[in-house]
Design a protein around this ligand. Structure first.
Ligand SMILES: [Zn+2]
Length: 109
């Protein structure tokens, strides 16, 4: 957690900014920018970073074989999933495999 310290509570005459802290230590975080007569403390939006981190964690799981993606429909499967492989080495879920067996076309990139 990051803590933004002020010398008073929020009110119509709000407390003044003192510092940003992490684990009780003052840190430098964000970037001050003037915006007309005001000043902005611009802080990175961590929701985007969290989404990217989750995507990377999923990619690691996939690379470690914990998650497999059907290359036909893109659905995600767990470690117990046994894909079917086409002659070209494309891994497919049962539904997509059934389409192949039925003579349907699988869209590939
Ligand atoms: Zn599929």
């Amino acid at each position: 957690m990051l803590y933004i310290r002020f010398d008073g509570p929020p009110s119509h005459e709000s407390g003044r900014f003192i510092e940003i802290e992490r684990d009780g230590e003052s840190i430098s975080y964000g970037e001050w920018k003037q915006d007309g007569d005001d000043w902005l403390l611009v802080i990175p939006d961590t929701t985007q970073l969290e989404a990217e981190l989750n995507a990377l964690k999923n990619e690691i799981k996939r690379l470690e074989g914990e998650i497999t993606f059907c290359e036909g429909c893109g659905r995600e499967f767990g470690i117990d999933y046994k894909p079917h492989y086409t002659d070209d080495g494309v891994s497919l879920c049962s539904d997509c495999w059934a389409e192949v067996l039925a003579g349907g076309l699988i869209q590939q990139e």
